[in-house]
Each structure stands twice: as structure tokens, then as C-alpha cells.
Design a protein around this ligand. Structure first.
Ligand code: NDP
Ligand SMILES: O=C(O)C1=N[C@H](C(=O)O)C[C@H](O)C1
Length: 247
């Protein structure tokens, strides 16, 4: 299986490339804004797509629309780990998934994938008028987007359990009183922290906290390669990490 990495020069992309090689798969090359022919790194997504069965994309939201077009045209499967998309970029991903298999996951760690399901269950079972929901995430100082993609995914799954639309109850950068039924987000940025997420549910008499801490960025790289192996050859559609762990 030929795997390409979009964002191969980045913190996670470089580890994904190492993991592909360690897994004895064929590293077909990578994408960056700076070509490097000696390492098969190109700037044009169409050129990479022609060399690959699947691309692991851990680059930047700004690159997404061009990637969607190129990978769909080439029929190349697309594993997306990038976070921080706007509505147009999300629409480009949805459109591409009509033509090619796309797996999108804000977090490739197995433990976090399971935590999403637990968040949905807690949302369904803890009454919104009794339990306040807050999501706290902590990352390294270089992270660009906030809240993290994972924090938003936890919020979405919890809101799904509560049967509400996250957009209607989200509180970010708040001032003043918390709203009734709000799902609040807080972000810390410091040093080289790999990634920590907590869903904190508090009533007048107790607190439940679901927490996940990634100690080593390799947990994401290993999950991304597992996703690439699973996705190659699947029918067109939009998949998540949950399907892999249920398989
Ligand atoms: N799903 C998951 O489990 C995880 C997801 N992530 C996400 O992955 C993404 C990358 O994170 P990280 O590796 O820390 O970031 P880095 O900044 O270290 O790497 C970003 C990579 O993307 C490339 N890039 C940046 N801007 C563009 C652009 N406009 N067009 C094309 N390529 C571009 C850079 O290449 P160059 O500068 O050479 O052009 C670089 O290779 C983030 O969105 C992050 O949130 C991170 C960890 C886990
Ligand atoms: O940028 C990161 O580093 C991470 N980004 C992902 C996110 O936004 O959720 C996943 C992980 O927590 C690390």
C-alpha cells in the first residue's frame, strides 16, 4: 500500500512518515509548501495523489480545499487529522466524500475515540438542568486553533447525547453568568504539552470527569497509519475512527 503524507515536515507528519516505514508500508512521498525532490516531497497535491493509494493529511485547514479537489480527481483515499476547519473547508470534505473514501478524526488516539462514545452516553443520561458540562483542553504553545478539534468533537458527541445542537449551547471566551444548559470550552496553551482533554460534569452534589492525556505524539501517528490501512479500498463515504474500533 502506497501512503503519502500531507504536512510531512510538521510535528505529526514527520512521525506519521516514520510510522509508515516502521509498519513496512510504502512511503510514497509528502506534501509541503517547499519541495524536496530527494525526499519525494512535492508542493502539488495532484502529483502526490497520483503516487498514492491513500494520503494521511496532517497539514493546515488552508490547504484543505485544494487537497479535496486533487484527491477526489485522482480517486485517492484521504485520512484527515487536520483540525480548525471553517464551513467552506468542511463542505469541501463532505463533497470529496461523495467520490472517495474519507476518514476524518480530530484525534487518532484509541483511548480518545472511546471517550467520545462515553461522552455521548453521559450526555444522554445526565439531566441538563442538573449537570453543568465544561470541556477543558491543554496543548503546546505552537497550536494554532482553539478550542482544539478534539474538544469540539467531545462537545458534539455530548450534545448529541443531550439531543441539542452544539452551536446553540456553546460558550467560548465567556464573560458573565453561564447559560442554562451551556457546554463551556476553555483552552490552555503552554510549553510542549502534547494534548490533554477533560469533560467535567458537575451537579450541586457530585462531579464526574472524563479525562484523556496523550504523553507521546506517536499515539496519533500510530492511529493515523491504522486508519490509512483500514480506509484504502473502502467505498466512497465519510468515516470516523469509531468504525475502526468497532470493526
Ligand atoms: N488527528 C490527530 O490525532 C491530531 C491532529 N493534529 C492536527 O494536525 C495538524 C498539524 O499539526 P502539527 O503537526 O502539530 O503542525 P505543524 O505546524 O508542525 O505542521 C504543519 C504541516 O503542514 C504544512 N502546512 C502548513 N501550512 C500549509 C499550507 N497552507 N499548505 C500546505 N501545507 C501546509 C507544513 O509544511 P511546510 O511548513 O513545510 O509547508 C507542515 O508540514 C493540526 O491541524 C493539528 O491540530 C495534531 C495532532 C494530532
Ligand atoms: O495540534 C495538536 O497538537 C493536536 N491537535 C488535535 C486537536 O486539535 O484536537 C489533537 C491533539 O490533541 C493534538
Amino acid at each position: 500500500m502506497r501512503i503519502g503524507i500531507a504536512g510531512i515536515t510538521g510535528r505529526l507528519g514527520a512521525l506519521c512518515a516514520e510510522e509508515v516505514v516502521a509498519s513496512r508500508l510504502d512511503l510514497a512521498g509528502g506534501l509541503s509548501r517547499q519541495a524536496d525532490p530527494a525526499r519525494h516531497i512535492v508542493t502539488d497535491p495532484a502529483i502526490l495523489a497520483d503516487r498514492c493509494d491513500v494520503v494521511i493529511d496532517v497539514s493546515s485547514p488552508e490547504a484543505t480545499c485544494a487537497h479535496a479537489e486533487a484527491f477526489a480527481r485522482a480517486g485517492c483515499a484521504w485520512v484527515i487529522g487536520t483540525t480548525g476547519f471553517d464551513a467552506a473547508q468542511e463542505a469541501a470534505i463532505t463533497q470529496a466524500a461523495l467520490t472517495i473514501p474519507v476518514l476524518k478524526a480530530a484525534n487518532f488516539a484509541p483511548g480518545l475515540t472511546l471517550l467520545l462514545d462515553l461522552a455521548r452516553q453521559l450526555g444522554a443520561r445526565l439531566p441538563a438542568d442538573e449537570y453543568d458540562a465544561e470541556i477543558l483542553e491543554t496543548h503546546h504553545r505552537q497550536k494554532r486553533d482553539a478550542p482544539s478539534g478534539t474538544a469540539l468533537a467531545i462537545g458534539e458527541r455530548f450534545a448529541e447525547g443531550r439531543n441539542v445542537a452544539l452551536a446553540n449551547v456553546t460558550e467560548i471566551d465567556r464573560s458573565g453568568l453561564r447559560g442554562e444548559g451551556a457546554i463551556g470550552f476553555a483552552s490552555l496553551r503552554a510549553g510542549q504539552i502534547v494534548g490533554e482533554h477533560s469533560l467535567i460534569l458537575t451537579s450541586g452534589t457530585e462531579q464526574i470527569t472524563l479525562s484523556h492525556r496523550a504523553f507521546d505524539r506517536r499515539v496519533f501517528a500510530q492511529g493515523a497509519v491504522k486508519a490509512a490501512r483500514w480506509l484504502a479500498g473502502k467505498p466512497a463515504g465519510l468515516y470516523t475512527m469509531t468504525e475502526i474500533f468497532e470493526a
